[in-house]
Design a protein around this ligand. Structure first.
Ligand code: NAD
Length: 268
């Protein structure tokens, strides 16, 4: 990435893993089979479980890439510093690899990012970043930032290809991470994806995650099922042809399964 830090192309997303035992099992399974990145957030109420799975795994800290995010209610400069401290304690870590503004809360997101920058200067995080930022949010951040966000984590899958924002991020050396890369499971039945899956002898989920990878997009699919956790990383032994990539690109309908940052209600 722009600051020289390496991040795995695939990580485990852990949103809605709130059952403690199930969460620890899923995370431990992922670490056992070779995942090295986990994407959590204060909002997911499972940072303690992430910490426990890491400690149980025996994987060395420097081989892991842990992402967490400051929730909307905790934004602003001082609040973000406090929220980070709480997350760090829950995770039981000495530093976090990537810390993100979860959503661009109006009037606060620029100060939130300035606090993230301070954490970066203090070496408490290795990578400063944001999530759910449109180009107009990023432009506001650039005006006050010494270091541009290195990552923008956005909803991105074949039904929401985000081409203008991807181009903007590329021009500004910002790595893009796809959240809900599988459209929350809602695009797995698509006929074109199923056809291509048949052609390459892979599952629909693997085709979608390979499409992200060939576009240089990091993805963080979520599953609690061990066989799917494993399936989702078996994407490095095949390649989609340019015709197959084009067919997948053409599925774009600007369809969101989550919220649009411009109309997100920040009142909770
Ligand atoms: P996803 O696109 O990863 O889809 C997850 C669902 O797909 C699972 O619940 C499961 O039912 C299904 N699935 C997963 N693997 C499968 C497989 N191999 N075969 C069949 N079905 C499969 O959706 P998500 O959980 O919304 O997004 C992934 C991660 O992105 C989250 O866990 C979280 O870490 C992150 N996220 C971030 C934000 C943000 O605002 N920054 C928002 C949403 C999610």
């Amino acid at each position: 990435m722009a600051n020289g830090v390496k991040m795995p192309y695939l990580g485990l997303g852990v949103y809605k893993m709130t059952n403690r035992d199930q969460a620890i099992l899923a995370m431990s399974e992922a670490l056992k089979i070779g995942y090295r990145a986990i994407d959590t957030a204060a909002l997911y109420y499972n940072e303690e479980e992430v910490g426990e799975a890491i400690r149980n795994s025996g994987v060395s800290r420097e081989d892991l890439f842990i992402t967490t995010k400051v929730w909307n209610a905790d934004q602003g400069y001082d609040n973000t510093l406090r929220a980070f401290d709480t997350s760090l304690k829950k995770l039981g870590l000495e530093y976090v690899d990537l810390y993100l503004t979860h959503w661009p809360v109006e009037e606060k997101f620029v100060d939130t990012y300035r606090a993230i920058e301070r954490l970066y200067e203090e070496k408490l995080i290795r990578v400063p970043g944001v999530s759910n930022h449109h180009a107009h949010h990023l432009e506001k951040v650039f005006l006050k930032a010494n270091v541009k966000p290195v990552v923008n984590q956005i909803e991105l899958h074949p039904y929401l290809t985000q081409e203008p924002l991807r181009t903007f991020c590329k021009q500004n050396d910002i790595a893009v991470t796809a959240w809900s890369p599988l459209g929350r499971g809602g695009i797995l039945q698509d006929e074109t994806i199923a056809r291509i899956a048949g052609e390459v002898g892979k599952s629909p989920a693997q085709v979608i995650l390979r499409w992200h990878y060939q576009h240089d997009i990091i993805s963080i699919p979520k599953s609690v099922t061990p066989s799917r956790i494993e399936e989702n990383v078996q994407i490095f032994d095949f390649e989609l042809s340019s015709e197959q990539m084009t067919s997948l690109n053409q599925l774009n309908k600007n369809q969101r399964f989550g919220q649009n940052p411009d109309s997100f209600k920040f009142d909770f």
